[in-house]
Design a protein around this ligand. Structure first.
Ligand SMILES: Cc1cc2nc3c(=O)[nH]c(=O)nc-3n(C[C@H](O)[C@H](O)[C@H](O)COP(=O)(O)OP(=O)(O)OC[C@H]3O[C@@H](n4cnc5c(N)ncnc54)[C@H](O)[C@@H]3O)c2cc1C
Length: 437
């Protein structure tokens, strides 16, 4: 039987947002025996604008949660490598290292499905109370100024329920303001985080946020087990992707920094349509294809911006904490990983601090430290790659040399496989190797 949300109870944690970060955090906490209130303004299963790629890092956390087999059930693609397309028209395929225990690197699966897998697992946990259609708009503070709860509108239903709605049958007519209390509030509410706003944190600067769009095309020729990234004229300094979905469709999208977008007059949809009809290899392959549905748009807050992510009674995870890879735009892996780190820190903090008071910043700081030591270095490297990929000459050189020089290509393969090797991409020696014929 579903748990009823209680305004009298003090939950160990309230998790705001039931996307991958929020669900992963709630699951790890619940399985450690903690009482969690998990709230979302949407009704699940819900759409999420995304490239739909589930990386090796994401696969690792899904496995820890016992959910890896569920990724196999629906129609999905597998990822074995990446094709890079350059402004000069040269293309190269670089294989990815396999994810642990798999003979491929990752999945492509529509986010509605992937998020539903996590959400269903949360429904099954007796220690998680779920509220859908609960739109959080404020935080509650105790006398010392620590966060000890949330407020929001129950039953506001800003998104229409689709199929399979199982909880949160609140009707708009019955919308009401409600308040809930906890020892810690986890802001997992994505890039437009209401928790972040309620805490008074500054907005993410435009040079650290992609504006991103994506649509689906059926019948694109030559799709394989490789995801495709194009750094090409008309799109630069942004990038375009084509991700095969394994069901005859491709997820096709574009990411471009807000600060760059402001300088351009074109609508991003136009940039995308122009690219797939003018870049020679794409134009050929897209000719027989048909677009399905509408183009969706959303923002991607990059980890190149170091956002504060912990304070007394609160932590931020995933997109709300600005943890997306600044080169690839991949954020699912860091969302579920940061959800796990937050859960570990909160569980440890509660073990060491009995009672019902808000957890202090001094104990929650361990979460920030974990993000900095485990997730931050890769994001810093990716930011440098993002900066490099803004230069047309370097891109042509990098992709062109990878395509023609097997030794250099192997170097890139090694870099994708190891963080140590990745660091070498930032060294002057690598730049020299790149520039030499
Ligand atoms: C176009 C595009 C393509 C992308 N492609 C990829 C990709 O291929 N691979 C990849 O790994 N990443 C990709 N990303 C990034 C990825 O989508 C995010 O990093 C990821 O969804 C972050 O997960 P999250 O749980 O932090 O937040 P979200 O998935 O955004 O979930 C946040 C949840 O919070 C809820 N919420 C928001 N506000 C409130 C509120 N006020 N009250 C209650 N609930 C609220 C929302 O309804 C939502 O369910 C892409 C992003 C975009 C925009």
């Amino acid at each position: 039987m579903e748990n009823m949300p209680s305004e009298e109870m003090i939950y160990d944690a309230i998790v705001v947002g039931a996307g991958p970060g929020g669900c992963a955090c709630a699951l790890f906490l619940a399985r450690a025996g903690r009482q969690v209130l998990l709230v979302d303004k949407a009704a699940f299963p819900r759409e999420k604008v995304c490239g739909d790629a589930v990386s090796g890092k994401s696969v690792g956390v899904m496995r820890e949660l016992g959910l890896l087999k569920d990724l196999d059930a629906p129609a999905h693609g597998v990822i074995k490598g990446v094709l890079f397309g350059s402004p000069s028209g040269k293309e190269v395929v670089v294989p990815f290292p396999n994810a642990a225990g798999l003979d491929f690197a990752g999945y492509t699966l529509r986010r509605k499905q992937t998020d539903w897998i996590l959400f269903e697992a949360a429904i099954a946990e007796k220690n998680i109370t779920i509220m859908q259609k609960f739109n959080v708009d404020s935080v509650v503070k105790d006398e010392a100024g620590a966060i000890c709860g949330i407020g929001g509108i129950d039953g506001m239903a800003p998104q229409k329920a689709e199929v399979g709605e199982r909880f949160g049958a609140n009707e708009e007519a019955g919308a009401s303001k409600r308040t809930f209390h906890s020892r810690v509030v986890v802001g997992a509410d994505g890039s437009g985080s209401a928790i972040s706003r309620a805490l008074g944190l500054p907005p993410v600067p435009p040079e650290h946020q992609f504006m991103a769009i994506r649509g689906y095309w059926r019948g694109v020729e030559g799709l394989s087990d490789n995801i495709e990234l194009y750094f090409i004229d008309g799109v630069l300094p942004g990038y375009l992707w084509v991700f095969p979905m394994g069901d005859g469709t491709a997820n096709v999208g574009l990411g471009i920094l807000f600060s760059d977008m402001k300088k351009r007059k074109e609508h991003p949809n136009k940039i995308l349509y122009n690219a797939i009809s003018s870049y020679p290899s794409l134009a050929r392959r897209f000719k027989p294809s048909l677009q399905e549905g509408q183009i969706g748009a959303w923002t991607i807050p990059n980890g190149s911006y170091k956002k504060r992510n912990a304070g007394s009674g609160w932590v931020l995870i995933g997109d709300a904490a600005c943890l997306v890879d600044p080169f690839s735009g991949e954020g699912f892996g860091n969302a579920v990983s940061s959800g796990k780190f937050a859960a570990q820190t909160i569980d440890e903090a509660i073990k060491n601090n009995a009672g019902s008071e808000a957890l202090k910043v001094q104990v929650l700081q361990a979460y920030s430290d974990k993000v900095d030591s485990i997730l931050r270095p890769e994001m810093e490297m990716s930011y440098k790659l993002q900066q490099m990929s803004r230069h047309r000459f370097l891109l042509n050189r990098f992709i062109g040399k990878s395509a023609t020089n097997p030794k250099f290509r192997q170097h890139i393969v090694d870099m994708l496989a190891s963080d140590e090797e990745k660091k070498k991409a930032q060294s002057p020696l690598f730049l020299l190797e790149l520039l030499l014929p």
